[in-house]
Design a protein around this ligand. Structure first.
Ligand code: TTP
Ligand code: MN
Ligand code: MN
Ligand code: MN
Length: 371
């Protein structure tokens, strides 16, 4: 009959953890617009519409087809009136007036610029904006502003760390970390996680999980790795955070809260000669190296699967895993553990597959988690 889909189309779940989302995005014209809207609501601390646009974008990213008319979205979840109005505008005129007005808005542009600095979040950016500051030179020339160590580093390495990291660079860093880890503890476990584990071509950093087979050794392992990188002269910045992990605590409700594992946020010096893909160094810049942001997290080995699942992302995939666990299974999930509220017990897992199975979910491969 007229108006119905050409074939029996499986219903799309409202949960990203029940969808398979590769890096191929057939609906980029819409999802780029939604991201601008979400960001703008985020800057205004309006969490509801921010999450709504992120959820809508995530649904469209999972589709193996491009939306060509609004009718095609009828059976899709998480698309509200506002979302559909934006889509209709884009379908008709190729652009959305609301998005264009945000993009040309001075406050949005300034907050976007300021939050692009490592160590500067929306709160700090807002504070600087309200003081009338509009550019990096305004900030650096303002005597009353005390930059913290992270922000100083952010300005110092701004060019390097705002430039995307390539797969080849991620691989080269993987070799450096691998060498360090295994020189310290031959049977340590090292895994690439974050966006590169999901198969992304570029990232803003490179994320690794490292753990020792012997329970309790993981924290000293991380400190030894940092020490070794320092002695190799490639540690440009290190923010180490000791473990505050407590095995008796129930998984946290809030996704945005950081986990409690020992971790460090680094900037490493990557030599150009080690990169087979070639570095993207601008003409005239012949120093032959670049700074790269690297995150290392070191969970106890019995929490390895939870940490790996939590750090592989995407953020939207993680949000929906937790929401699914809570709303559909009466379970609490975070980067440390899964707790069954009905049975009042923690569920152990040695692999990510175990966790999906505990949740009654089909296994989703890392490269299908680009929600
Ligand atoms: P990111 O490195 O921020 O994001 P990404 O790797 O998906 O993408 P990008 O290319 O921009 O780097 O975070 C990776 C995952 O780690 C993300 O799902 C959130 C998670 N994470 C935690 O769970 N706890 C933390 O403390 C941090 C910093 C990240
Ligand atoms: Mn990352
Ligand atoms: Mn990121
Ligand atoms: Mn990271």
């Amino acid at each position: 009959p007229e108006g119905s889909p050409p074939t029996a189309v499986a219903t799309v779940s409202q949960y990203a953890c029940q969808r398979r989302t590769t890096i191929e995005n057939n609906n980029k014209i819409f999802t780029d617009a939604f991201e601008v809207l979400a960001e703008s609501y985020e800057f205004n601390e309006n969490e509801g519409p921010c999450l709504a646009f992120r959820r809508a974008a995530s649904v469209l990213k999972s589709l193996p087809w491009a939306v060509e008319c609004l009718g095609a979205t009828e059976d899709l979840p998480c698309l509200g009136d506002h979302t559909k109005a934006v889509m209709e505008e884009i379908l008709l005129y190729g652009r959305s007036l609301q998005v264009e007005s945000i993009l040309s808005n001075e406050r949005y542009q300034t907050l976007k610029l300021f939050t692009s600095v490592f160590g500067v979040g929306p709160k700090t950016a807002e504070k600087w904006y309200r003081r009338g500051l509009r550019s990096f030179s305004d900030i650096l020339a303002e005597p009353s502003i005390q930059l913290n160590r992270m922000q100083q580093t952010g300005f110092l390495h701004y060019g390097d760390i705002s430039r995307a990291v390539s797969k080849a660079e991620a691989r080269a860093l993987g070799n450096i970390i691998d060498e360090a880890v295994h020189a310290i503890t031959p049977d340590a476990i090292l895994a690439l996680t974050g966006g590169f584990r999901r198969g992304k071509e570029f990232g803003h950093d490179v994320d690794f999980i490292v753990t020792a087979l012997e329970l309790g050794k993981e924290e000293s392992l991380l400190l030894d790795i940092i020490d070794r990188l320092k002695h190799h002269g490639i540690l440009l910045y290190c923010d180490y955070q000791a473990s505050t992990f407590d095995i008796s605590k129930l998984p946290s409700h809030r996704f945005e809260a950081m986990d409690h594992f020992a971790k460090c946020f680094l900037i490493l010096r990557l030599e150009g000669s080690q990169v087979d893909g070639g570095l993207n160094i601008a003409e005239g810049d012949s120093r032959g190296w670049r700074g790269v942001r690297v995150d290392l997290v070191s969970p106890p080995v019995d929490r390895y699967a939870y940490a790996l699942l939590g750090w592989t992302g995407s953020r939207q995939f993680e949000r929906d895993l937790r929401r699914f666990a809570r709303s559909e299974k009466r379970m609490l999930l975070d980067n440390h553990a899964l707790y069954d509220k009905r049975k009042k017990e923690f569920l152990a897992a040695t692999t990510e597959k175990d966790i999906f199975a505990h949740l009654g979910l089909e296994y989703i491969e890392p490269w299908q988690r680009n929600a």
